[in-house]
Structure formats: structure tokens, C-alpha cells
Design a protein around this ligand. Structure first.
Ligand code: SAM
Length: 304
């Protein structure tokens, strides 16, 4: 996302309408708590500093805000922010904004750049139609699963459309007019919905199916698990953005996360650990699992 954030910042800095009082607010949504939490805002900060250095002008006062869900480890985030603030002159305020990005987070017309990396594929909740009608997202029976796929896929599609539309509306209100937003999220290459939903669910469900057959998890609870993740296609995203109308699209890119990566790094153990990192909080809560069962999940994932 580095070049996209850099381009967005240069655009904001050049536009005298967006930066009339030389004060700038940059916010990252879904920051998490590791080193990545400050990665995007650091790029934005450095680009701002360099831009004004080239112009031989003092940089604007910068406010950095990091958002994630309230149970995120904000103690770690705050420590990273303090370090960032100590070594970067233009930061005046650095803070955290706990809350869901599917709610209002900041005052209207106050933000110059929103960034969000790898977070917006998380839905606000599991599709309600499925939960109410008790339709399992992934039936162990292959025939039933195949028959129900259009219903399951449709429910996920509608939930994503609703959530992403709301997200755009809220951020549209919070941005200074003509400012910028740069987001990345997990997506799918094809517009073919049904097979892709199968794929997203397939690997996780396969592992959980093995665990249910070994009684490591409750089968009835497996049927009521709805992982609130949806990977939209480029076409779907474009349609939603255009229909909602708060934003115009400057650039859209599809990036394969494995491209340019040393393939020897993609070991079954690494893939299993990635799945565990993403799903552990949901699974522990839903199945009331212990650490040992999650170890078993990672072991099963590694050998599947
Ligand atoms: C895979 S992490 C991405 C972290 C970081 N941005 C990165 O690129 O490495 C996804 C983050 O999105 C957060 N998230 C999910 N739903 C959210 C919501 N509704 N509001 C705010 N944060 C959310 C999660 O808590 C998690 O920290």
C-alpha cells in the first residue's frame, strides 16, 4: 500500500482546499497491535515531512489516530505511538480510537487521510438470514451443501454490501471534502460467487469437520458457526462504491499476496499459523475451546 498512501498524501498536501489551516489528521482503521499498527501512518507521516521539506516549508501539525475494536491490545499500540511521536517532529497528537469502523468514530469533516489495511473483509456480523433460519454456512453433507450454496453465498453478499455501504457513508462524513482514503482487503479474482465461497469456507470447514468427527468440537456448534468474513470481487466493490456515491475511485489494484514472495516461506506450518491467528478468537468464543484444542486445530490444518 506504500505507493498508494504516498500518492494520496501528496495529493492532500498539494490541495490548498483540503489543507487550509496546515493541520492534518491521519487515521488507520483496523490497526491491530503488532508492528503493522503504525506502518501505514508512518509512511503517511514521512511522505508529509518530505513533501514540505522539498518545498522548504514547515510541515503541518499532524494528528495520528489508530482505530480497532475495543478488545484490541491498545496498550501495545500506545507504546508504538509514543515512540513514533518522539522521533517525528510534526506529530502533535497521537491517539487511539476504540470502536467498530461500522460506527461513527470521528467528528465530521475532520480527517484528511483514512487508511485501512487487510481489515474490511471482516463483516459487522454473520449474515442474519442464515442464523435466523438456522442454515449452516457449510453443511458436512456435500449434496446439501451444494444445493444451499446460492442461499449461503447470497446472504454473505448482502451482508457485505450493507456493511461496506455503511462504512463508505460514515467515512464520507468524517473526511474533509476532497480528501483521500486508501484501503486494502481480501478479495477474490473471479466474479463467480458460489465456487469462491466454497473455497473460503472449504479449508477451515474441512479441518473443523475432521475435528467434529473426532469429537474434538461439538458438531451442533459447528453447524451454527458463521465466520464473518467476505471476499468481494473488484466488480462488486466498484459497484458498491459507485452506488453509495460518497467517493470517486482514483485507482483499484489486485495484488496476489504470494507474488514476489519466496515460496519456501509458505510452509504448511506458516499457513496453519496464519489461519489460527485469524480464527482463534472466534473459534475459542464459539466452541468454548482451550489452547490445547487450538493446538490440535493448527496441527490438523498443517496436515490437511
Ligand atoms: C488482519 S488484521 C489487520 C491489521 C493491520 N491493519 C495489518 O494490515 O496488518 C484485521 C484487523 O481488523 C480489525 N477489525 C475487524 N473488524 C473491525 C471493525 N468492525 N472495526 C474496527 N476494526 C476491526 C481486527 O480487530 C484486526 O485487528
Amino acid at each position: 500500500m506504500k505507493p498508494l498512501v504516498e500518492a494520496a498524501i501528496v495529493d492532500v498536501c498539494r490541495n490548498t482546499r483540503t489543507l487550509p489551516c496546515r493541520k492534518m489528521v491521519i487515521a488507520d482503521l483496523g490497526c491491530s497491535s503488532g508492528p503493522n499498527a503504525v506502518a501505514l501512518v508512518s509512511i503517511a507521516l514521512e511522505t508529509t515531512r518530505n513533501h514540505f521539506l522539498q518545498l522548504q516549508q514547515p510541515p503541518p501539525e499532524v494528528s495520528l489516530l489508530l482505530n480497532d475494536l475495543p478488545y484490541n491490545d491498545f496498550n501495545v499500540v500506545v507504546k508504538s505511538l509514543v515512540v513514533l511521536r518522539q522521533i517525528n517532529e510534526p506529530i502533535v497528537v497521537a491517539g487511539v480510537v476504540p470502536g467498530s469502523f461500522y460506527e461513527r468514530l470521528l467528528p465530521s469533516g475532520s480527517v484528511h487521510l483514512f487508511c485501512s489495511s487487510n481489515s474490511l473483509h471482516w463483516l459487522s456480523k454473520a449474515p442474519e438470514d442464515l442464523r435466523i433460519k438456522q442454515i449452516p454456512a457449510y453443511d458436512i453433507d456435500e449434496n446439501v451443501r451444494h444445493e444451499r450454496l446460492p442461499v449461503v453465498a447470497g446472504a454473505y453478499t448482502r451482508q457485505f454490501r450493507k456493511d461496506f455501504t455503511l462504512f463508505l457513508k460514515l467515512r464520507g462524513k468524517e473526511l474533509v471534502p476532497d480528501s483521500r482514503m486508501v484501503v486494502s482487503l481480501a478479495g477474490r479474482r473471479s466474479d463467480e460467487l458460489v465456487t469462491e465461497i466454497t473455497h473460503v469456507w472449504g479449508t477451515t470447514a474441512q479441518i473443523l469437520g475432521v475435528m467434529a468427527s473426532e469429537c474434538a468440537i461439538d458438531k451442533a456448534k459447528f453447524d451454527s458457526l458463521y465466520i464473518p468474513v467476505y471476499a468481494p470481487s473488484l466488480k462488486e466493490l466498484r459497484e458498491i462504491i459507485q452506488e453509495e456515491g460518497s467517493f470517486s475511485i482514483t485507482e483499484m489494484r489486485v495484488h496476489d499476496p504470494a507474488s514476489g514472495m519466496d515460496s519456501t516461506l509458505l510452509t504448511p506450518n506458516k499457513i496453519a499459523n496464519c489461519m489460527r491467528a485469524a480464527l482463534e478468537p472466534i473459534m475459542v468464543q464459539h466452541f468454548e475451546l482451550s489452547g490445547e484444542v487450538m493446538d490440535e486445530f493448527a496441527r490438523t490444518a498443517e496436515s490437511t
